[in-house]
Design a protein around this ligand. Sequence first.
Ligand SMILES: Nc1ncnc2c1ncn2[C@@H]1O[C@H](COP(=O)(O)OP(=O)(O)O)[C@@H](O)[C@H]1O
Length: 401
Amino acid sequence: MSAPFNPSDPTDVTSDLEIKDAQVIFNTVWRTLTEDVGHEHLTFPKELILLGGAPGAGKGTHTRFIMQARGLTCPPIVVSNLLNTPEAQKIKDDGRMVGDQEVVGIVLRELLKEQYRDGAVLDGFPRTSVQVECLKMLVDRVVQLHGEYADTPLAINFRRPTIHAMVLFVGEKTSVDRQLQRGKEIEAYNREVTETGIGRLHEVRSTDLDPEKARRRYQVFKEKTWDALQSLKEIYHYHFINAEGAIDEVEANILRELQYQSSLELDPRTFDRLSPIPLAEEIIIHARQDLVRRLDSYELEHSELFGKVVELVESRFMPIITRHALSGRAIVNNEDSLFDDPLALAMLIDIFSERGFNACVDKTIRKTPNSVDLQTGTIGFLEHSVYRIHIRFEGSSIRRG
Ligand SMILES: Nc1ncnc2c1ncn2[C@@H]1O[C@H](COP(=O)(O)OP(=O)(O)O)[C@@H](O)[C@H]1O
């Protein structure tokens, strides 16, 4: 799945040395994990959403929204919260980055948890080009496991992984302003907790309180993380989000990016099975032209029947529908034998569509007893069809004078 390193490619920012580092780190982490949990428990999420962006870009703010959009209910994995040893804490306080081996080890172990089987959001990984290389190696291994377990009872735990990289972009000024704003918000919140004794104190990053440190964090992001995130573009579904705007604008940008992409996400066998069924957006493209063609063919080829259906709509349906003009909903029952011809029903639906109504028909068979065999006691029934037609349209918004 990962592209081989190509030194002549200017977009390939990873050096040979970093790849070697990554290989050593990844192999060490993978070996330890395999020894600890066993090969058949190396079950990683089916979907990984990698959330990247400058500090203050809004990763934390938008995580819940992104998870809802993807139907994920497990908690997000905030990588910096996992790095909570005293040494890591000191490094974070200085606005620097924790070592790759520690990060990769912790992240991979976390991803094995059952709750992330369908998908996980990783906030803040990968942050360096070595971490990107480790991620690629992880994905390659997971694809390999998918192949190994394909025709076994464990296949469902080893589905082909889908990787989305979502990068929220903001410039330095916004990044620094928002980090400091977050610092102020957390301080105000903590003051309230102290005064009222209600709630739990939140951790304040020292970089969120000091403009110089906040700027340094942004610089570290630009120098180490930005290119690493860019390199994900070549290999995974990459979503670049302009996150400079207001929260609802950013959410709209995210939603636009995360449109359903089943051809890329589903297992190829599942996709093949579903592909004969057209997508909704495909069938609506020519819907209007198709309707016009059908109506003209009714007029030209079945004018007598068409005339009768139009006449029936006018005399029997419209008076009832008109009475429901406020609500925009009417149900009309009809037992006319005209509709025993399926073409008449098709005409009815098309006539309503052309005039701006939505009609849908429910057919039931009504049985009326009409004879009894006195010898056997068997009752004979007369059957006839009843059509219940549900009509919807945009009702009047003016309800009172
Ligand atoms: N689009 C936005 N407009 C205004 N403020 C925002 C926006 N996105 C995030 N914020 C604010 O910026 C601060 C940092 O956001 P956060 O989500 O913690 O960033 P990150 O997780 O990327 O470091 C928070 O105070 C948050 O309320």
